[in-house]
Design a protein around this ligand. Structure first.
Ligand SMILES: Nc1ncnc2c1ncn2[C@@H]1O[C@H](COP(=O)(O)OP(=O)(O)OP(=O)(O)O)[C@@H](O)[C@H]1O
Length: 734
């Protein structure tokens, strides 16, 4: 893959729309072995193969940008080579990196030609990105200064020599932490979760991001040092001070060159958080979550790079800029209106070979990305052009005034409106119990918060309008004294004004949206109040219904009690029948005794023993025996027994007949008693079940009757609380 050195800069033109297409310049920086790599016995396997150009660069002379690509060699199981615009190894100084990366040229030349420039460091965690970019320390420059302090120093030096101090620089500084944009320049803690917006002409910007005019590198250094304390850093196994966020520092520069050429440009300096393997960094909990978000942003960045670098038309696809905040903010730098330098930082250690190869793959792909940077310069103006610009300027001024008036009116209206939150809470408070006001007061808090946000935003907008007015009046003052200067000044102000107006319009639109939301909330509040009234009515109606229910329940209790009494009577009857059955059983016992007697007779065929004390239950047998005695035998009586001589055949017949008679009766009675007992048992069981059930029902009904006592307000209160809030449009209950 052949690298594309930075193209020679174009000549200044009189138009602000001239553009130049250039590839992203990609250089690699190999840092020395880190302590942890030495300790784990890592070997250096990444090195640069110096170009002829770089060998010819003499020591201590100004490092030159190589006109030929340079090669980086990775020596693992097999050798691999990567061709880049420059390769800097562990011996390269910070100064060399600044020059050979192309950063020095971008700052000292491209910016003053009106090109937007981006310099970003990319690579795995601990690979040396922060070391390479550096922070503007604000202290005297030293050998260890990275790209940012060097760029700031060169920028102001150039402004001094080339613009005679006639230039303005504005600084803004943000970080993307866990997919949230935070303003690092904001001191009052309100710069969190900023939103990305787009102007009508497609420029991406961060709404509400603060910016400060700066006059010197020292001032930038001070601001950045202060801001860097707000940046999230933490210690991991691979870097003691690891950046946990992507930091983006933007310097907006506009000025007039000695030849009256006006230029404006944006210098974006990016220190990305490093890609990391959670296993290697041994991050857990919050650190691991950060790592995942960092990797996610970088993954999308890789996708964007790969989509932009695709050469084969068949495989070309839309870069997924919108998939992460990082790529959305770097949209201009990758494939857009910017000259971009990417420093791919890598470790030399075999321990990190996978990450190094990954970084270098992206780096070589990124070299194919073509940006189309537009120059923002105006060199000389014809009287017609000047008049046109003045007219545009006038138009913008009118727009600004109109916006200012709208904002003023909105501010007045918002102050004139009584505090919605307090009014509504009061009015509800007078009607509602404590319980039911909870949902309503939550809405009030939201409203109060919205209101204060709105007021804050109005103040910001007023501030911006004042700033615009000041800028325009300065332009006017210049017009009367020095026409050329002023026209050029206006030319510079014009794009800025355009942008500001677009931003203001957008802010206004979002403010109107807020007003609409506010109105919707007010409406919701009214609905809630209506619901509360309906619920109260419903609760009263419920009380009446419950009173009626209570009466009904009373009747029910009486009825069930009667039923209960009836069952008790039935149970008593069943007990009585049981007693009768017991008697029957006793009779059965006696019959059995008789049976035993007969059995004895059968055993002694000559003598019949009759028990006179017997109660006559076997009377039939007696009679038969007497009759047979008179007819066939003589009798003898002795004591309680009567001894008879009976013909054995007759005797046998009699005995058999009576035995049969006994048996039949016994079987009959036994089955009768058995079935009676069974049916009575089941009647008794079912009665018992019914009684138990009734007792429970009576208990419940009595309880309900007691609970429904209208004097007891607890249940009513609970019902009212439940009904108020969720009930919508219940209607009237009269
Ligand atoms: N070229 C270099 N020469 C000497 N030391 C270096 C070099 N590059 C990096 N270091 C040192 O290596 C360590 C890690 O570097 P640095 O913090 O810049 O890594 P990083 O890529 O920004 O990591 P992270 O993504 O975790 O923030 C630091 O102690 C730094 O001083």
């Amino acid at each position: 893959m052949t690298g594309q050195p930075i193209k020679p800069s174009q000549k200044a033109s009189s138009s602000s729309s001239s553009s130049s297409s250039s590839n992203v310049r990609v250089v690699a920086r190999i840092r020395p072995l880190a302590q942890y790599e030495i300790e784990n016995g890592s070997k250096p396997i990444v090195k640069s193969l110096p170009s002829v150009d770089s060998l010819s660069n003499k020591e201590n002379s100004i490092p030159q940008i190589s006109s030929e690509p340079e090669v980086l060699e990775v020596q693992s199981s097999e050798k691999r080579w990567f061709e880049l615009d420059a390769v800097l190894d562990g011996n390269s100084s910070q100064r060399e990196v600044y020059y050979k990366s192309g950063a020095q040229q971008a700052v000292t030349q491209d910016i003053f030609k009106g090109f937007n420039c981006t310099i970003l460091a990319y690579g795995q965690t601990g690979a040396g990105k922060t070391f390479t970019m550096g922070t503007a320390s604000g202290k005297d420059s030293s050998d260890t200064d990275g790209i940012i302090p060097r760029a700031c120093a060169d920028l102001f030096e150039q402004i001094d020599t080339r613009c005679d101090g006639n230039a303005q620089v504005e600084l803004s500084y943000l970080e993307i932490y866990n997919e949230e944009i935070r303003d690092l320049m904001c001191t009052d803690g309100s710069g969190g979760d900023l939103k990305i917006r787009e102007t009508l002409n497609g420029e991406v910007y961060v709404s509400g991001l603060s910016s400060r005019p700066v006059q010197s590198p020292k001032e930038i250094g001070n601001f950045m040092e202060e801001a860097s304390h707000r940046r999230v850093v933490a210690s991991t196994k691979m870097n003691a001070v690891s950046s946990r966020s992507h930091a983006i520092c933007v310097l907006r520069i506009q000025g007039v060159l000695e030849d009256s050429t006006k230029f404006s440009a944006k210098l974006t300096l990016v220190d990305l958080a490093g890609s990391e393997r959670i296993k290697k960094t041994q991050a857990s909990g919050k650190r691991a979550a950060e790592g995942i978000n960092i990797n996610k942003g970088l993954f999308v960045l890789g996708q964007v790079v790969s989509a932009l670098s695709e050469q084969r038309p068949k495989y070309k696809r839309k870069p997924p800029y919108r998939d992460s905040k990082l790529t959305r903010l770097l949209q201009d730098s990758l494939g857009g209106n910017s000259r971009t330098i990417m420093v791919a930082c890598v470790s030399p250690a075999d321990f990190n070979i996978d990450e190094t190869i990954n970084t270098l793959r992206y780096a070589t792909s990124a070299r194919n990305i073509k940006n189309s940077a537009t120059r923002n310069v105006i060199k000389a103006l014809s009287p017609e052009e000047a008049a046109k610009l003045q007219r545009e300027n006038q138009l913008l001024l009118t727009q600004v005034k109109e916006l200012q008036e709208t904002i003023r009116k909105m501010a007045l209206a918002s102050e004139a409106t009584p505090s919605l939150a307090s009014t509504d809470t009061d009015s509800l408070g007078s009607q509602e119990d404590d319980d039911d006001s909870t949902g309503v007061s939550m809405s009030s808090d939201d409203l109060r918060e919205d209101r204060s946000k709105q007021k804050k935003r109005i103040k910001e907008l007023e501030h911006e309008v004042r700033h615009l007015k000041r800028a325009n009046s300065n332009a006017k003052v210049g017009l009367s004294s020095q026409i050329t200067e002023s026209m050029a000044q206006e030319a510079i102000e014009l794009p800025v004004l355009h942008k500001k107006v677009a931003q203001l319009e957008e802010e206004l639109a979002s403010k109107k949206e807020l007003e609409a939301e506010n109105e919707a909330l007010r409406q919701e509040m009214d609905d809630l109040k209506a619901d509360a009234d309906s619920a109260r009515l419903a609760a009263n109606k419920m009380a009446q219904i419950m009173e009626q229910l209570q009466e009904l329940k009373g009747d029910e209790v009486d009825k069930k009690k009667m039923e209960h009494d009836h069952i008790k009577v039935e149970e008593a009857w069943v007990s009585f029948v049981f007693q009768v059955l017991e008697t029957n059983k006793e009779q059965m016992k006696r019959l059995r005794d008789d049976f035993t007697l007969v059995a004895r007779v059968v055993e002694s065929p000559d003598v019949m023993v009759l028990d006179k004390s017997s109660d006559g239950s076997s009377g039939g047998f007696w009679k038969r025996m007497r009759k047979d005695k008179k007819k066939d035998s003589e009798d003898e009586a002795s004591g309680d027994e009567i001894h008879m001589k009976v013909d054995p055949a007759i005797r046998q017949k009699l005995v058999t007949e009576h035995l049969q008679f006994f048996e039949e009766r016994m079987i009959e009675m036994e089955s009768h008693i058995h079935s009676e007992t069974l049916s009575l048992g089941s009647i008794r069981d079912s009665l018992r079940i019914q009684r138990d059930k009734l007792e429970i029902e009576i208990g419940e009904s009595e309880f309900e009757r007691d609970v429904l006592n209208p004097k007891d307000n607890d249940l009513l209160d609970q019902l009212t609380a439940l009904l108020i809030g969720p009930v919508k449009n219940l209607g009237e209950y009269d």
